[in-house]
Design a binder for this molecule. Structure first.
Ligand code: HEC
Length: 374
C-alpha cells in the first residue's frame, strides 16, 4: 500500500471506528500521564540516551517520507533496552517537521527540525496484555514529555480514545501487534491459517469442571512450581517433579511472557527452568474459540482433559498451530501446563479469539485465569 493510501485508510478507519472504539474502551482505559507513567518515561529517556538511540550523537538511520500524524520526514530505529530489570524491544521514531525539511536535509543534519520523538517500549508481562504490553511515549526534542491539549503528558497506555491516541490508531496495524513497519511481533489471524503456513486447525471439546467453584474459593492467576534443571523434553519436567521438591513461584497472572534472554516467568532465573503450572481457565461464553500458543522452549497444554498444544522439545520462538476449542457450557475448566526453558531466550504466550470476534488473536486476559485459594 502506498503511504498516501495507508494514511487515507487510517483516517477513514479512525473516523468510522474511532468513536465506537472510544466509547467502548474509555470506561476501562487504564489511562496515561500519571506520576508512575511519567517517572517511567523519564527513566526510559535516560536509558535511550545511554544506548545512543536519542539525543545528539544518536545512531543514524536512513530518513524517509512519513505519514500523518507522524512527521513529514521520519527515521526509525529498533533495538532492545534494559529498564527496571526487564529487557524489552524498543522502537524509536524521530519525527521531522518544518518549511524546507526533506529527506536530504534530515540526512545532512539529523538534529535540525526534529519535532518529536515517539517511542514504543515493550514492557514486562502483565503490563497491559490487551495491547501487547507496549508502553507509549511522545517526547519533545529536548527529552521533555509532550502533552495533549488538556495538559496530560503522553506517557503510558496512550490512549485507547481516538483524540489522544497512539493505541487507538496503532490498533489497526497489520498482524495485531500494534506495529506498522514490520510484523515481527505478529499473531496469526484466525482466518489466515493457510497463508500463515501453520498446520491445519484441529478441533477440541474440553470437559468443563463438574463442580463450578464459587468466586470466593478462587485466587487470581495460575499456580506455578519451578524445578531448576536442564530439561530437553517437556515430559522430563513431569518426571522430575514426581521425584524432587520444587519451589512454589508467584502465580502467573497471564501467559504473555516474551522476554528475550530475561527472567523465565516468575522464577527469578534466566536459564535451566522447568515449570509445572496448573489452575483454571474461564471461557465466558458458549461457542467456538480459536486459540494459539507461542513457546520457547518446550510446552504442553491440557484444558479440560484435552491436550490442545504440544511442542515438547527445545526450539526458538514459534507458534504451535491454530486450534479451535468448542465450548458448550461457559465457566471454569481445569488447565495443566508443562513448560521448560533450557538456555538463552524464553517465551510462553497463549492467545484466543472469542466466538463472534474477527481479526487477529489476543492474549487470553488475566480475568480468565484462576486457581483454588489455599
Ligand atoms: C493516526 C494514526 C497514528 C497515531 C495517532 C499514532 N501513530 Fe505511530 N504510526 C502510525 C503509522 C501509520 C506508522 C508507520 C508509518 C511510518 O513510519 O511511516 C506509525 C509508526 C510508529 C512507530 C514505529 C513503529 C511502527 O508502528 O511502525 C512508533 C514508535 C510510533 N508510531 C509511535 C507512536 C506514538 C508513541 C504515538 C502517540 C503519541 C503514535 N505513534 C500515534 C500511525 C499513528
Amino acid at each position: 500500500m502506498s503511504r498516501r493510501r495507508l494514511f487515507i485508510t487510517l483516517a477513514a478507519l479512525l473516523l468510522i471506528g474511532g468513536p465506537l472504539i472510544g466509547r467502548a474502551q474509555e470506561a476501562n482505559d487504564p489511562g496515561f500521564g500519571g506520576a508512575a507513567d511519567v517517572a517511567f518515561a523519564e527513566r526510559l529517556w535516560v536509558q535511550l540516551r545511554e544506548a545512543r538511540l536519542v539525543g545528539r550523537g544518536a545512531i543514524g538511520s536512513r530518513p524517509y517520507e512519513g505519514v500523518e500524524p507522524h512527521g513529514a520526514i521520519l527515521t526509525t530505529l529498533q533495538s532492545s533496552l534494559l529498564l527496571d530489570d526487564h529487557e524489552g524491544v524498543v522502537i524509536v521514531k524521530n519525527n521531522y517537521l518544518g518549511e524546507n525539511v526533506s529527506v536530504q536535509s534530515v540526512a545532512d543534519n539529523p538534529d535540525l527540525n526534529l519535532d518529536a520523538i515517539t517511542v514504543m517500549f515493550r514492557r514486562e508481562p502483565g503490563y497491559d496484555p490487551e495491547t501487547r504490553n507496549w508502553f507509549w511515549a511522545k517526547f519533545n526534542s529536548d527529552g521533555t514529555l509532550s502533552t495533549n491539549p488538556r495538559g496530560r503528558r503522553l506517557a503510558g497506555r496512550v490512549a485507547k480514545n481516538p483524540e489522544d491516541g497512539c493505541i487507538a490508531c496503532h490498533v489497526f496495524a497489520p498482524g495485531n501487534d500494534y506495529v506498522f513497519l514490520n510484523d515481527q511481533f505478529a499473531v496469526p489471524e484466525a482466518f489466515d491459517v493457510a497463508s500463515a503456513g501453520l498446520p491445519g486447525v484441529s478441533n477440541f471439546v474440553p470437559q468443563r469442571l463438574d463442580q463450578q467453584p464459587a468466586d470466593t474459593a478462587l485466587s487470581p492467576g495460575l499456580r506455578v512450581t519451578y524445578y531448576n534443571n536442564i530439561f530437553n523434553v517437556v515430559q522430563e519436567v513431569r518426571e522430575w517433579a514426581r521425584r524432587a521438591p520444587g519451589d512454589a513461584g508467584v502465580p502467573l497472572q497471564s501467559l504473555d511472557y516474551n522476554v528475550g534472554s530475561g527472567k523465565v516467568l516468575t522464577s527469578g532465573r534466566v536459564d535451566g527452568v522447568g515449570a509445572v503450572i496448573d489452575g483454571l481457565i474461564n471461557f465466558p461464553t458458549t461457542g467456538v474459540y480459536t486459540m494459539a500458543m507461542r513457546s520457547n522452549d518446550g510446552v504442553e497444554l491440557t484444558i479440560g482433559g484435552e491436550t490442545i498444544f504440544s511442542d515438547p522439545t527445545v526450539h526458538a520462538d514459534r507458534f504451535s498451530g491454530l486450534v479451535t476449542v468448542e465450548i458448550d457450557q461457559p465457566g471454569w475448566y481445569a488447565l495443566d501446563l508443562l513448560y521448560f526453558e533450557k538456555r538463552n531466550t524464553s517465551t510462553l504466550e497463549l492467545f484466543w479469539l472469542q466466538p463472534g470476534e474477527e481479526g487477529g488473536l489476543n492474549f487470553v486476559p488475566p480475568s480468565a485465569f484462576a486457581h483454588r485459594a489455599g
